[in-house]
Design a protein around this ligand. Structure first.
Ligand code: SAM
Length: 221
C-alpha cells in the first residue's frame, strides 16, 4: 500500500480544502480557457477546485491513485458517474468529468489530447525532491502543445520542516519547466497567516507563489 493510499484510509488528508482555492479564482484567466474546454488536474484528490471548473463551464480530467478519494469526490458532491477500465486505470466519468484512478506515471499523451490547460495545486509540492523531476518530465511529455498551466507552489526553509508539502522555490520551477515551457511568475506572497504546522515548526518565512506556464513549440526550440 502506498503512503498516499494509507493516508486516505486513515483520513489524514490535511491538504484538502472544502472551499475553492483563492489563487485559482484570481488567476484562472492565465489558462485562457473557452467554455467547453477541458482542464487536466494531476494528483487531483477530491479537490473542490474541480467543481469550480465545472461550474465555470469547463470539463475536467483528473488522475488520482486513491480509489477512496475518487469515490468520495463523486459521493460528497452528489455527482453521478459510470465506470470503465482503460489500460492501467479505472475511469470514473460522466459527460463533464473523468477521473482516472491509477498512477499518474501511467498516463499517456493520447489520454490528454483534448485538454487546453493544466491546474497544479498541491501536486508538484506533494512530491519529494527526486520525484519532482520525474513528475515534471512526465507531465511535460503528456500535455499537448499550445496548452497552459497554472502552477501553485509553496516555499519555506526546508531544513526547518519536513514536507509534504515540500518547498519549491523559483529556481527549481525554472529548472523543472523552464527548458520546455514559457514560465511566468504571476504572484509571490509572504503568507503571514501560515498554517499551524508551519507556525509550530517556527519556519523563518512562508511564501506562496503562482506561475503561468505555456507549452509552445517555440519555447522548446
Ligand atoms: C497533497 S494531495 C493534493 C490533492 C489535490 N491536488 C488538492 O489540491 O486537494 C496529493 C494527491 O496526489 C495523490 N497521488 C500521489 N501520488 C500519485 C500518483 N503517482 N498518481 C496519482 N495520484 C497520486 C494522493 O493520493 C493525493 O490525493
Amino acid at each position: 500500500m502506498t503512503d498516499w493510499i494509507r493516508r486516505w484510509k486513515e483520513g489524514k488528508i490535511g491538504w484538502h480544502n472544502e472551499s475553492i482555492n483563492e489563487s485559482l479564482i484570481g488567476h484562472i484567466d492565465c489558462l485562457g480557457l473557452n467554455t467547453g474546454d477541458t482542464v487536466f488536474v494531476p494528483l487531483c484528490g477530491k479537490s473542490k477546485d474541480m467543481i469550480h471548473f465545472m461550474q465555470e463551464g469547463f470539463k475536467v480530467i483528473g488522475v488520482e491513485i486513491s480509489e477512496l478519494g475518487v469515490k468520495q469526490f463523486f459521493d460528497e458532491n452528489h455527482i453521478s458517474y459510470s465506470v470503465k477500465e482503460l489500460e492501467n486505470f479505472i475511469v470514473y466519468y460522466n459527460n463533464k468529468i473523468s477521473i482516472y484512478c491509477g498512477d499518474f506515471f501511467d498516463l499517456s499523451s493520447n489520454m490528454l489530447e483534448s485538454i487546453s490547460g493544466t491546474y497544479d495545486r498541491a501536486s508538484l509540492i506533494a512530491l519529494s525532491g527526486n520525484l519532482r523531476q520525474k513528475y515534471a518530465n512526465h507531465l511535460y511529455s503528456i500535455i499537448p502543445y499550445s496548452s497552459s498551466m497554472l502552477l501553485l507552489t509553496v516555499n519555506y526553509p526546508q531544513h526547518q520542516m519536513s514536507g509534504p508539502p515540500f518547498a519549491v522555490n523559483d529556481d527549481e520551477v525554472q529548472l523543472l519547466y523552464g527548458k520546455g515551457l514559457d514560465c511566468q511568475l504571476i504572484e509571490c506572497i509572504e503568507d503571514s497567516e501560515m498554517e499551524p504546522k508551519f507556525l509550530q515548526a517556527g519556519v523563518d518565512f512562508f511564501q506562496t507563489a503562482a506561475y503561468c506556464l505555456r507549452k509552445d513549440r517555440e519555447s522548446y526550440e
